[in-house]
Write a protein of this length. Sequence first.
Length: 41
Amino acid sequence: MEVRSVSVEMVSDSTFQKSVIDVSQEKLVVVEFSTKEKLNK
């Protein structure tokens, strides 16, 4: 468990910003898509 935790922390620390940016872009796309769906309905 400890080894896995360290690995996760290392990955999170080195890719944290990129991950947040990627997730943010995905959420924006999903929100935009959902909004268009509601408007069409």
